[in-house]
Design a protein around this ligand. Structure first.
Ligand code: SAM
Ligand code: SF4
Length: 352
């Protein structure tokens, strides 16, 4: 079945007859990939300082450079109008943004949005999980890189593991359709804990995804020594668990394995060892309104000036978004072995 779709090619909008993609998004890039998912960062600030994500000393953005919550909502509504059906709210730590519940409630009520999801470090969940669920957030991803309190503190530089664990328990009581733990695998740091983390996920009936570390941020932050790949982790887990490869997807980059008889899905997000760019369906918007079509490249389109220049008219914003699809690259070219990362932008800025 053919469908007329808008395709942005080298910033020129053309119409094309092409096979119907799995979504009816008007956002299609020059490789024919349909964009139906955005990750919206609502703040660059965070109450943790994870060593793989941030520098120890961070300078945060002045308030006027950051999207207001109303601007976040207008952006989200515009993307949904163009066919986006899934929004992940992220950061920095999204739950430290003042009045974030207001935004979540507005997004939760957006017609056409099928999935509102959130990524958090869990530090605020103990007090906020119920309200977040009530606002319409369907699923949450909670970062958890270690079950050892000292190690957790060292990794996050300030984090309190017990508070995060209480946050996880609050999320379990709040009735989310899914809770997934996210763990960045780091050689020499938590590589010896992967089995324990899967066991914890099994005991708690949660899903878990292991992420290969990405080289983003500080110029002198070399990742070669800490890089831990799926190809090493999977056999390690298979020694202990009967992992059966599964074809299921949650619409993101993770590939999943199941353990027969258990509720837990074990996932891997492996940009280095098992590139997933071919099926990429998402773009990222930073808290300053920069639209990054790819986490692993430097090209971006500034939406904030358009938002502020046309406060009553969404047409220029729609046009900028559609045109931005024309610069979505074929893929990232992350390389953990380079002496300095090509992307000198912290993950906390772009939003994970
Ligand atoms: N603060 C929230 C959190 O930690 O979950 C949301 C933002 S954080 C940037 C989103 C995700 O990105 C987290 O799961 C984090 O572990 C991951 N992340 C951060 N820096 C990374 C890196 N260099 N490589 C791989 N994943 C990274
Ligand atoms: Fe903060 Fe999340 Fe980055 Fe850790 S990974 S520093 S919690 S934004």
């Amino acid at each position: 079945m053919a469908l007329t779709q808008l395709i942005a090619y080298n910033s020129t909008i053309i119409y094309s007859q092409m096979p119907m993609a799995s979504t009816s998004s008007q956002l299609v890039d020059k490789y024919g990939r349909s964009v139906s998912y955005i990750r919206l960062s609502v703040t660059d600030r965070c109450d943790f300082r994870c060593s793989y994500c941030m520098a120890e000393e961070m300078t945060f953005l002045p308030r006027e450079q950051v999207l207001s919550l109303e601007e976040c909502l207008r952006l989200a509504r515009t993307f949904v109008g163009l066919g986006v059906t899934k929004i992940r709210i992220t950061g920095g730590e999204p739950l430290v943004r003042k009045n974030i519940l207001w935004l979540l409630e507005q997004l939760g009520a957006l017609e056409g949005l099928k999935e509102l999801v959130l990524t958090t470090n869990g530090s605020q969940l103990e007090k906020m999980a119920k309200d977040i669920r009530a606002a319409g957030v369907k699923r949450v991803n909670i970062s958890l890189d270690s079950l050892n309190p000292e190690r957790f503190k060292a990794l996050t530089r300030v984090g309190d593991l017990s508070k995060v664990l209480r946050g996880i328990h609050s999320a379990q009581s709040a009735g989310f359709a899914g809770i997934k733990l996210n763990c960045v695998m780091l050689r020499g740091v938590n590589g010896d804990e992967l089995v324990d983390l899967v066991q914890f996920a099994l005991d708690q009936e949660l899903d878990i995804s292991f992420i290969e570390e990405m080289p983003l941020g500080e110029v002198d932050h070399v990742r070669a020594n800490t890089y831990f790949s799926q190809d090493e982790a999977l056999p390690l887990l298979q020694e202990r668990f009967n992992l059966v490869s599964s074809a299921e997807t949650t619409g993101g980059p993770a590939r999943y394995w199941r353990i027969p008889g258990a509720k837990t899905k074990v996932g891997f997000i492996s940009p280095h060892s098992h590139n997933f760019c071919e099926s990429c369906n998402r773009v990222r918007i930073t808290c300053t309104g920069e639209l990054y079509p790819c986490l692993g490249q430097n090209d971006a389109v500034s939406l904030l000036p358009v938002l502020r220049a046309y406060p009553e008219d969404d047409a220029p914003l729609r046009k900028s978004i559609i045109e931005a699809m024309g610069i979505k690259p074929k893929g990232h070219d992350f390389n953990v072995y380079l002496p300095t990362p090509k992307i000198v932008r912290f993950m906390s800025i772009t939003g994970g």
